[in-house]
Write a protein that binds this ligand. Structure first.
Ligand SMILES: Cc1cc2nc3c(=O)[nH]c(=O)nc-3n(C[C@H](O)[C@H](O)[C@H](O)COP(=O)(O)OP(=O)(O)OC[C@H]3O[C@@H](n4cnc5c(N)ncnc54)[C@H](O)[C@@H]3O)c2cc1C
Length: 509
């Protein structure tokens, strides 16, 4: 599809990275294009189908209110739609995220999505690059280890790889699947939740009154907090976000071990130097921190899809908020591929499409469930509102999707147990209180199980982050050699691949 068919609506992104944004219409839906580059060299990174924004008034009540339409909220909505549970999905934004966040998707989230929407993973996989290996090299480009996802997973899953795919593209596919699955199941954008109170209704049951910035109120029995790491719902429910190791509130522990890093989507000069894989992730570990390169797939309609990369750079100091090309290039020149060898040149950035800085500090919610004081109504946490950690190993979105599909199933089970028991028993005062004990058991089990999964994943990510810190001297030399030796052992190699895939955490049915 040529960009000429689209009408231009904006020029020059404020960072100077997007040359043009265009929009057009296809099959009755709005299609957006981000075009990067100068007039003589044009690249198309992203193409997103936007369904008409749902800014209409919200209904006054629903069974389940999902707050947040990131990957977690969307996965929960798909899971509830699969079980025919009524829900509302709201988000404070006016449309979906388009920033550089996750780029790695693991087998466990693809399997979790397949269970609730069989054709969805295929459409996500079609837009990604299947990275069969995870390579680590030192600054001289000598192999430290290669994790073989393919060997370890081939007999265990249809998805024996890490999928390289930008998060905004995964979310777009999930929104499309939701729109197909359920009319009226789309995201209600521009709806920021500001308050949550419990209320006894006229029939004696307990519900949440959830208030929005615009003055609307929605009543719901279950509120799913899928509103990210700064979760409003978690705060309103009084659930603390704690450092998983010393159990202090995360804000109160400015970590001397916090690691800063920058993440950037860049176009690299063609031809790509040897040893920088264009179909797999590579991490280079050396003094000063890690340099990760991950190829990003372009849309099939891309005008020039070559050499689009996500780079992830560990930095010891505080980086600028929007690192520019000169800052990123200086790091690549100092410790990126080609920096310590004469056989090929260092990577050269042609253009920065997007960049930002982050700081890692792990956190885990003290519990994932909050019950109304009179019982019968629940706040349930999933995704980044429940756990937070660095991006090493690409686990956050993955865990959020798996939390959410599991939670959707539990809510559906609880609701169906309520309806079957109310159909089979005579109404008594007790029957109005919806089987509080059962619900507490179900939701507490969810909280305990998924917290344990999150803690295991946080431990793994912290270990990987430690490796990413890099270093020099004998300590580093011994560490690298120990890793080199360990990963030669097939059992260790497959165990790490298995842990990265997240498949071991799936619910056994
Ligand atoms: C640089 C970086 C790289 C990463 N790489 C990876 C990776 O490779 N693989 C991986 O699996 N993960 C990765 N992650 C993590 C991943 O991006 C997150 O784990 C994921 O976005 C969490 O999804 P979520 O839906 O729980 O939260 P979010 O994506 O944060 O979505 C929360 C939504 O809630 C909405 N919201 C917030 N407050 C309110 C409110 N009061 N009312 C209504 N709506 C509200 C927000 O607008 C937002 O849309 C990375 C993260 C970063 C920062």
């Amino acid at each position: 599809m040529s960009p000429e068919v689209f009408s231009q609506f904006a020029s020059a992104h404020d960072s100077g990275t997007i040359a043009r944004q265009s929009t057009g219409c296809r099959d009755g839906k709005e299609v957006g294009l981000n075009i990067y580059g100068s007039d003589d060299r044009v690249f198309l990174l992203s193409q997103s189908t936007r369904y008409p924004l749902s800014m209409s008034a919200l209904p006054s009540s629903t069974e389940v209110l999902i707050v947040g339409a990131g990957p977690t909220g969307l996965a929960c909505a798909l899971g509830l739609a699969a079980r025919n549970v009524p829900f509302l999905l709201v988000d404070a934004l006016s449309e979906g995220h388009n920033s550089s966040r996750a780029v790695l998707m693991q087998a466990s989230s693809l399997e979790a999505l397949e269970a609730i929407h069989p054709s969805l993973p295929a459409s996500i996989v079609a837009g990604g690059i299947q990275s069969a290996t995870f390579n680590a090299v030192d600054v001289h480009e000598r192999p430290i280890f290669t994790i073989r996802m393919d060997n370890a997973l081939v007999k265990k899953t249809k998805y024996p790889f890490c999928l390289l795919v930008p998060q905004h593209r995964v979310e777009a596919r999930m929104r499309e699947a939701l729109a197909q699955k359920r009319r009226g199941g789309e995201v209600h954008w521009g709806k920021r939740v500001v308050d949550l109170r419990e209320r006894e209704t006229e029939d004696g049951s307990v519900k949440w009154d959830v208030s929005f910035e615009g003055g609307e109120t929605v009543q719901a029995r279950y509120v799913v907090a899928a509103d990210g790491s700064k979760s409003t719902i978690r705060s309103l429910a009084g659930i603390r976000f704690l450092n998983p190791y010393n159990k202090t509130p995360t804000e109160a522990t400015p970590g001397e071990k916090d690691l800063s890093f920058v993440v950037a989507d860049v176009l690299l000069e063609d031809p790509l130097p040897a040893h920088t894989p264009h179909n797999a992730i590579q991490i280079m570990v050396g003094k000063g921190g890690v340099v990760l390169t991950a190829p990003i797939p372009a849309e099939p309609t891309d005008l020039s899809s070559r050499n689009l990369f996500r780079v992830y750079l560990g930095v010891p100091d505080t980086p600028p908020s929007k690192p520019d090309s000169a800052y990123l290039q200086a790091i690549l020149d100092a410790r990126g591929p080609g920096s310590h060898t004469t056989t090929h040149p260092a990577l050269k950035i042609v253009r920065v499409l997007d960049s930002s800085r982050y700081r890692t500090r792990p956190a885990l919610a003290e519990r994932y469930v909050h019950r109304a004081s009179k019982g019968g109504a629940y706040v349930l946490l999933a995704g980044d509102s429940a756990h937070k950690h660095g991006p090493a190993g690409g686990q956050g979105m993955n865990m959020g999707v798996c939390d959410a599909t599991e939670l959707a199933d539990i809510i559906a089970d609880h609701l169906s147990s309520l309806s079957s028991s109310s159909a089979s028993s005579l109404p008594t005062d007790d029957s109005k209180k919806p089987h509080t004990a059962d619900a507490v058991e179900l939701f507490d089990a969810y909280s305990t199980r998924r917290r344990a999964v999150a803690k295991t994943v946080i431990d793994m990510v912290e270990g990987m982050t430690e490796l990413e810190r890099g270093g020099d001297g004998w300590d580093q030399w011994f560490r690298m050699n120990a890793l080199w030796l360990a990963f030669k052992i097939p059992f260790i190699n497959s165990t790490v691949a298995w842990q990265l895939s997240g498949l071991g955490h799936a619910v056994k049915k």
